[in-house]
Design a protein around this ligand. Structure first.
Ligand code: NAP
Length: 265
């Protein structure tokens, strides 16, 4: 295959959970721009549909659909609806995250922990299980989990300085778990021609990082990032399209750091 063909996602159907969020929007857009039909899915279906409308107006193929990863019933119904509409799922991007219920260890409650885990862990398991079943039947598919720098190394609390910011204990726990799940699924489903990979991005939140109250954090973070900047709107697109496409057909179980070098030290 020629190089351009290897990266072409024409005819592929991709799901992006949390597909209108900060990173989600660029993941959905990147997959569309590479030719895929993209299902943008989360609880707020109006926001998902709004982004789908924008993409469709630009000539791409996207749809917004409701998905609540906190409900097994919603997940099962959603996967069934996607299969009914498209007849196949080629790519699942597990991008959604809930931060509600997260805190430092001595502040986190069992209720908060369980609330977040029900979405970030149980929901992740349930949607992966439902989607992989259909991929197994077709002996083809690709799952990409979105972890974080906080899943690849422990948080460096010094970067937060006196801003009052922190990195919650359950976020690190959930994000490390995603990398483990990636390895497990890659090894188990390789024989079905299903590839499972992970992307661990660095910080991306242009509006929040422009807030003067976060200046100390921003300065510390950038000083410790070899490329000396936060992620921009495009940084997630290339890695996503690469892993979703035939360009990565011999890549599975990998955790790709997309962090400007934050974890190099
Ligand atoms: N932004 C960063 O700096 C950064 C850095 C490293 C890694 N990451 C990772 O990148 C991914 C996206 O993060 P983000 O910052 O872009 O997130 P975000 O903007 O906060 O968006 C989170 C998305 O998850 C969806 N979601 C939350 N609960 C859900 C549920 N119960 N069911 C279905 N969808 C649900 C939300 O949509 P609804 O509210 O409509 O459900 C929203 O679209 C996450 O996995 C995160 O850990 C982010």
């Amino acid at each position: 295959m020629k190089t351009g063909e290897l990266f072409d996602l024409g005819g592929k159907v991709a799901i992006v959970s949390g597909g209108y969020g900060l990173y989600g929007k660029h993941i959905s857009t990147g997959l569309c721009e590479a030719g895929a039909s993209v299902v943008i899915a989360s609880r707020n279906v109006e926001k998902c549909a709004e982004l789908a409308d924008e993409l469709n107006a630009r000539g791409y193929d996207a749809v917004g659909m409701k998905l609540d990863l906190g409900s097994v019933e919603s997940i099962n119904g959603f996967v069934a609806d996607v299969l009914e509409k498209y007849g196949r799922i080629d790519v699942l991007v597990n991008n959604a995250v809930i931060r509600q219920g997260m805190a430092d260890l001595e502040d986190v409650s069992a209720e908060g922990w369980n609330f977040a885990a029900n979405i970030n862990s149980t929901g992740l398991m349930q949607i992966s299980k439902q989607v992989v079943k259909s991929m197994k039947e077709r002996k083809s598919g690709c799952i990409i989990n979105i972890s974080s720098i906080q899943g690849a190394v422990g948080p460096n609390f010094e970067v937060y300085g006196s801003t009052g910011m922190s990195s919650p204990v359950n976020y690190t726990y959930d994000k490390w778990g995603m990398i483990g799940l990636t390895k497990w699924m890659a090894n188990y489903y390789g024989k079905y021609n299903i590839r499972v990979n992970c992307i661990s991005p660095g910080g991306y939140n242009p509006d929040a990082f422009a807030d003067e109250s976060k200046r100390e954090f921003v300065d510390n973070y950038l000083r410790l990032t070899p490329l000396q900047r936060f992620a921009d709107d495009d940084d997630i697109k290339g890695p996503i399209v690469f892993l979703a496409s035939q360009a990565a057909k011999y890549v599975t179980g990998h955790n790709l750091m997309v962090d400007g070098g934050w974890t190099n030290w």
